[in-house]
Design a protein around this ligand. Structure first.
Ligand SMILES: Nc1ncnc2c1ncn2[C@@H]1O[C@H](COP(=O)(O)OP(=O)(O)OP(=O)(O)O)[C@@H](O)[C@H]1O
Length: 579
């Protein structure tokens, strides 16, 4: 875990090393100051030597200034190194997430990824800063002060040594109790983020169903859970303070009592007792700092595990060796394809799917909800890999293509359309950054979007709000179709992407496709028979399997599922409705 995180230090390595180096110089001076003080008391004040006092005083001022400078420098370096480290961790996580396949995304929820990228990385940043500064400072201070104290008086110094194991055991117990609670707290954070994200992205649904109270209650419950867990963990951590204070004050009392007796019996000078007391404070303060760092480490250990899980997650879709960079044509075949989302052969979402189609054909896919339509088409651009069997495009197994080549040649309009904030042009260019304005207009024409775009006050430069909230559902779908067309794909997949478009416009889209892009293979998943009846072939899906393949006339004559859908739509009057 540490090795993985250390890889993100990169260009901040120098600062990461410089910070503890300056800490070391700062500590050395801080430890020498009490020693010099004891000399001023014993050699200067006791003997009334003003010149000695003055010269040593100058030296002390210089030492303090130097220690201050080193402190400022190490503080600055550690702040820069830790923010840089956090930036790199975030960047590495973000890069890795971009590589995630759909199945990787299924492993982590979106809200959990957000907490990991924000709260967890901030925790890591704080502990990294503490680690390179305080975790160096405290042990150095401890060791140097102990050496100095032992040099002054061995017997009295044993008092500190007795305190160390006592504190060590106390800390170990605290850490063991608090860590599992922090692990739990971060999972609850994920839930909180999930509640917020779901609520905000679905705020319109929440409002239209008047579910505000319910949502507030859900938020309150999760916040209270975080509050309860945090309070519990903090209560355990708070035991650290009395434990430390007890050790510090007992040691100082013992030291003062035993030291005073030694001063009276002339086996210790006043200056030595003074500096011993200062070293006692320094030793115990450094122990206190170390315990604080340990507390921070407990909190961030849970975060570190969550961050490393994202960094270590490998995309399960890779390019094979010597991938193919050219797709010959848009012909396609499925050969005995099984697919399971959970990689469990008992839970197949697709079973023994076999069919083949020629380039340029239009294929309709029809079937009940959950019958596997979306799952089937997701295997074409390799959003998931098959569990068994093969999918080929242009006669070549899709796993043998370079992923980028394959996906750039398969235009897919998903069921859940997403437009991004930006102008219509920006959104259309998602498909192809170098597309000319003419190409954008041509794609929009085919998708029957050009007319309504031209009627917008700023035309193609109209700014779309986040999620495309300022256009209607049907307009959004047409923009998404146009965006896929800008890619000039060899295969175009429309997954229920004309459901909000009226049947007259939908029919215009179909005609435009047939006349102007005849060489593109088209998949149309639809609920309406009218959307697929003109297709060259229609696949009827049922429970993850192909129930039948044929033309509209063939299926209407022989397939019961197709007949049922057809007649229910005739009766419902929505076969060719113009909603
Ligand atoms: N990401 C996923 N993880 C696990 N199971 C999934 C996932 N996506 C879909 N499924 C399951 O796979 C099956 C087929 O789903 P699919 O989305 O392909 O159906 P569909 O025919 O497209 O349905 P609809 O018409 O409602 O969109 C369903 O049982 C569904 O619950």
């Amino acid at each position: 875990m540490i090795r993985k995180l250390a890889q993100s230090v990169r260009e901040y390595k120098k600062l990461t090393i410089l910070s503890p180096l300056f800490v070391m110089l700062e500590v050395i001076i801080e430890v020498l100051i009490p020693f010099q003080m004891s000399k001023i008391i014993d050699n200067g004040i006791a003997k009334g030597d003003m010149a000695y006092i003055r010269n040593s005083g100058y030296l002390l001022v210089l030492a303090t200034l130097a220690s201050l400078t080193f402190g400022v420098l190490s503080g600055t370096f550690s702040a820069k190194a830790s923010t840089g480290f956090a930036t790199n961790v975030r960047r590495d996580m973000y890069h890795n997430i971009q590589d995630f396949s759909y199945s990787n995304i299924d492993t982590f929820s979106v809200s959990s990824l957000i907490t990991r990228l924000t709260t967890d990385v901030t925790n890591l940043q704080n502990s990294f800063q503490m680690l390179i500064r305080i975790l160096f400072r405290a042990p150095l201070m401890l060791v140097f002060s102990l050496i100095m104290a032992l040099g002054i008086n061995l017997r009295l110094s044993l008092v500190f040594l007795a305190a160390i194991p006592f504190l060590g055991i106390g800390l170990f117990l605290i850490i063991n109790k608090a860590h599992p609670i922090f692990e739990r707290v971060f999972k609850t954070y994920d839930r909180l983020n999930n509640v917020v994200q779901e609520n905000l992205s679905g705020i319109r649904v929440v409002k239209s169903y008047v579910r505000e109270e319910h949502e507030i209650e859900k938020f309150k419950r999760t916040s209270e859970k975080i509050y309860a867990d945090f309070s519990k963990a903090e209560k355990i951590l708070a035991l650290n303070n009395p434990l430390m204070q007890f050790a510090i004050y007992t040691s100082i009392l013992l030291l003062s009592w035993l030291g005073a007796k030694m001063v009276v019996s002339d086996t210790l000078t006043t200056g030595q007792l003074m500096s011993l007391l200062t070293y006692a404070m320094q030793i115990l303060m450094s122990l206190m700092m170390m315990s604080m760092v340990f507390v921070m480490i407990i909190i961030s250990r849970a975060s570190a595990e969550r961050v490393v899980a994202v960094l270590n997650e490998k995309s399960d879709l890779h390019n094979n060796e010597n991938p193919v960079y050219e797709i010959p044509d848009g012909s396609l075949s499925f050969d005995q394809v099984d697919f399971s989302y959970s990689h469990d052969p008992e839970k197949l979402a697709l079973k023994n799917v076999t069919f083949s189609i020629h380039a340029g054909e239009t294929i309709g896919i029809i079937g009940g909800t959950g019958s596997g339509k979306t799952t089937l088409v997701q295997l074409i651009p390799r959003l998931y890999d098959v569990t068994n069997g093969t999918v080929t495009v242009g006669g070549i197994d899709v796993r043998n293509y370079d992923l980028y080549t394959l996906r750039s040649q398969v235009g897919m309009v998903l069921q859940k359309n997403t437009l991004f904030s930006g102008t219509i042009k920006d959104n259309l260019r998602w498909g192809n950054l170098s597309a000319t304005d003419e190409e954008l207009i041509q794609a929009a024409r085919l998708a029957q979007a050009d007319e309504f775009i031209q009627n917008l006050p700023d035309g193609y430069d109209t700014f779309l709000e986040e999620g495309g909230t300022n256009v209607s559902g049907g307009q959004k779908q047409r923009l998404c179709i146009a965006r896929a067309l800008v890619k000039k794909p060899k295969i175009l997949i429309l997954d229920d992407s004309t459901s909000a478009v009226d049947t007259r416009t939908e029919s215009k889209i179909r005609h435009a496709f047939a006349e102007e892009i005849p060489s593109i293979t088209k998949f149309i998943i639809a609920q309406r028979i009218s959307s697929v009846e003109a297709a060259d072939k229609i696949i009827v899906m049922d429970n993850g399997m192909i129930n039948a393949i044929g033309t509209h006339a063939e299926l209407l004559a022989s397939n019961t599922i197709y007949q049922e859908v057809y007649y229910s739509q005739i009766k419902g009057g929505n076969l060719h409705d113009e909603a």
